[in-house]
Design a protein around this ligand. Structure first.
Ligand SMILES: [Fe+2]
Ligand SMILES: [Fe+2]
Length: 265
């Protein structure tokens, strides 16, 4: 089976380029499961329920987020509306599983593809150069212990490539894929690890690449040059949809191939 994972949608340019490409990519690769990271879909900061619905309408099965998940207050009610055992769209929007206990939302979703294959999507967030949260490695152990599905995709939302590589090796053979998000810069290290886990340090953002990781470059340059605070705005230029297609055996969950994707206008 084939799994499409789309990296962080950034702003309107990111939404537009994903709308342009996601359908034909899903068709060309006979995709069975589509996962999209949407943490920057709303102008670079978070995602609203309306935008999440739009991306579900494009064929996404599960949406992941990250450190920007709380940026849009209206998402909290949406996440809170989902029962733990539900399969509605609100339940299929994830936030990192290793956030402190008691916060809204879920970090793990277990579902079934239209072809009848059980799958799980787990989102974790790193701790290196990021907010101090619970240990993503132990959180993965605890959550994976209860998962029945063989096909398991992990979105590891983290800054440091070392921490991402470490989780890839840590979960090799236990999950189908460990795919990195958050840096917005795609890495060229996609591979199948020895025990059958597909790995890529960061799949890159789906957004404007004439920017500084999605933001208007002049605004970020001003901040670097003056160390003064300023308002960030999403850039528009040179949008690309980035992600990866992972091929795996649905019976074992072992990956056999991973292909990096970068599609422009
Ligand atoms: Fe992001
Ligand atoms: Fe992020």
């Amino acid at each position: 089976m084939n799994i499409l994972f789309v990296g962080d949608i950034f702003g309107s340019a990111g939404r537009r380029i994903v709308r342009e490409h996601i359908g034909h990519v899903r068709a060309a690769h006979k995709v069975d499961l589509t996962i999209v990271n949407v943490e920057n879909a709303a102008g670079g900061f978070g995602v609203t329920p309306g935008l999440a619905e739009e991306i579900f309408d494009l064929g996404a099965d599960v949406l992941t987020t990250g450190n920007h998940v709380w940026d849009k207050k209206e998402l909290l009610d949406y996440l809170n509306s989902a029962a733990p055992t539900a399969h509605d769209r609100a339940r299929r929007v994830l936030r990192p599983a290793n956030f402190p206990p008691g916060v809204p939302g879920y970090g793990l979703y277990e579902g079934k593809t239209s072809g009848g294959v059980d799958y799980a999507v787990l989102q974790l967030q790193g701790r290196v150069f990021m907010t101090a949260i619970d240990d993503p490695f132990r959180a993965a152990d605890a959550l994976l212990a209860g998962v029945q599905a063989k096909v398991i995709v992990v979105d590891f939302h983290a800054e440091a490539s070392s921490e991402k590589a470490a989780l890839g090796w840590y979960l090799d053979g236990r999950v189908t894929a460990v795919l990195g998000t958050h840096t917005h810069v795609p890495t060229a290290d996609e591979r199948i690890l020895p025990h059958g886990t597909a790995y890529q340090t960061d799949v890159g953002m789906s957004g404007p690449y004439d920017s500084i990781i999605g933001v208007e470059k002049d605004l970020v340059l001003h901040k670097f040059l003056t160390a003064m605070p300023g308002k960030f705005e999403a850039a528009k230029g040179n949008p690309k949809m980035c992600g990866a297609v992972v091929t795996c055996d649905p019976a074992t969950g072992r990956a056999s191939a991973i292909q990096r994707i970068m599609l422009g206008e």
